[in-house]
Design a protein around this ligand. Sequence first.
Ligand code: CTP
Ligand code: ZN
Length: 165
Amino acid sequence: MSSEPEATLTVSKIRFGTVIDHIPSGRALNVLKVLGIRGREGYRIAVLMNVESKKLGRKDIVKIEGKILMPEEVSVIALIAPTATINIVKDFRVVEKRRVEVPDRIEGLLRCPNPTCITNKEREPIRTKFRLVSRNPLVLQCEYCGTMVSEKDIIELLGNGIDKR
Ligand code: CTP
Ligand code: ZN
């Protein structure tokens, strides 16, 4: 009747939680990392990678049962998965669908990659501030030292989770 069974990968709907959909393929694990989720927190999580998408060709999906994402978490996802859609699910229904958006200014989420930047001073480190230079391709600029940060840099910088400063 419908598509061949072996051609689809079926994953249960969730009852309550968040579905992060339309993640660029291959970045699902980066999304979990920036959310600080390591798998030992007890959430039931489904990670789908490289599944078919009408819009993206291939995409990743992360389903987190029992967790509703905070706005700060949504904006950090925007930095590594700008195409993502955040679906808030309650009682099996999508009650809210949000597109992520990179904010014009990003404060305190990313470390500056320039080791001599004032924000990296051992003594009295200050909160980082980046200005959005371009959305596509994603480019940010440190407001203190002018260093340009690309999407690739951001994925590396966020590789170990949010580094709050
Ligand atoms: N989903 C889920 N559990 C639910 C409801 C939805 O896991 N109880 C998942 C769906 O499998 C899908 C995503 O949440 O991956 C969004 O659901 P929905 O809005 O119903 O799908 P679409 O209309 O296809 O979404 P979009 O228009 O954003 O592509
Ligand atoms: Zn700097």
